[in-house]
Write a protein that binds this ligand. Structure first.
Ligand SMILES: Cc1cc2nc3c(=O)[nH]c(=O)nc-3n(C[C@H](O)[C@H](O)[C@H](O)COP(=O)(O)O)c2cc1C
Length: 234
């Protein structure tokens, strides 16, 4: 009987603590084709696992298909993320691979396809017939209207004349069924065409607990389906 890795229990416990309320942001690092690093803040959108495999948890987040990170992770799906939970003074550093779930009609850069086959979790979910596109649309729909609006704007990073240009963009985008007019309906559709999910499959986790005296550091490494655990010098 497989079970969830201890780091996941530690992370979900930390996230449930009142002192960590709302700390659902982590920093995700990727590299570009030249090997140069890029890091940015990303909002956590939940955990998911293949059926019957609690030992292979994935982290889900979302991005705009037009952002540079998309080309980076398509070029090299190996990424690292860091999650600092200031309330409990814990740091989780997770290393692994990402799978992108783009909108079906997205114009993706023409790159040699990088395999994420090393990811057992993705293989299992494919074999179980997981509906990646259905999950993408559901996730787009459940987010608050102000977040959905972020996906209906011009391409992130595009240069604009001045800050006031942004005043013409929709501040909120309701779900399709709640749209009051054609403009809102179009904004919903426009956002759905740029909204992409990213699923992160960790193979190494480095957990530091700074409230403990002496401080604690624990490393978790996955080989195949098995997680091993090591105590390390902080
Ligand atoms: C608090 C906060 C949360 C963010 N959440 C996300 C997110 O969930 N997804 C995302 O793509 N960008 C998010 N961003 C914006 C990114 O940090 C980044 O600026 C943007 O995605 C462009 O990244 P790139 O140029 O590296 O692709 C967030 C920024 C902040 C400050």
């Amino acid at each position: 009987m497989v079970s969830a890795p201890r780091w996941l229990a530690a992370l979900t416990t930390a996230l449930g603590l009142p002192e960590n309320k709302g700390q659902i942001m982590y920093q995700l690092a990727s590299v570009d084709a030249n090997g140069n690093p890029h890091v940015r803040t990303i909002g956590h959108r939940g955990f998911i696992e293949p059926e019957g495999s609690p030992n292979l948890p994935l982290l889900m987040c979302a991005t705009d298909i037009r952002t540079p990170k998309v080309t980076q992770i398509l070029t090299n799906p190996h990424v690292e993320l860091i999650w600092w939970l200031s309330g409990s003074m814990e740091q989780f550093r997770l290393t692994g691979v990402v799978r992108l779930v783009p909108p079906p009609d997205a114009q993706l850069p023409d790159l040699p396809v990088q395999s994420t086959e090393a990811s057992l979790a993705f293989q299992k979910m494919d074999a179980q017939g997981f509906e990646w596109e259905k999950k993408r649309v559901e996730t787009y729909d459940v987010q608050p209207p102000f977040l959905r609006a972020g996906f209906a704007r011009p391409p992130p990073g595009a240069i604009i004349e001045n800050y006031d240009v942004g005043k013409s963009w929709p501040g909120i985008v309701p779900r399709a069924e709640d749209a009051q007019n054609e403009e809102e309906k179009q904004a919903y559709e426009r956002g759905l065409r740029t909204f992409a999910l990213m699923f992160f499959d960790p193979v190494e986790v480095d957990w530091v607990q700074l409230k403990e005296r002496p401080n604690r550091r624990t490393k978790f490494i996955r080989k195949g389906e098995e997680w091993s655990e090591y105590i390390a010098v902080p």
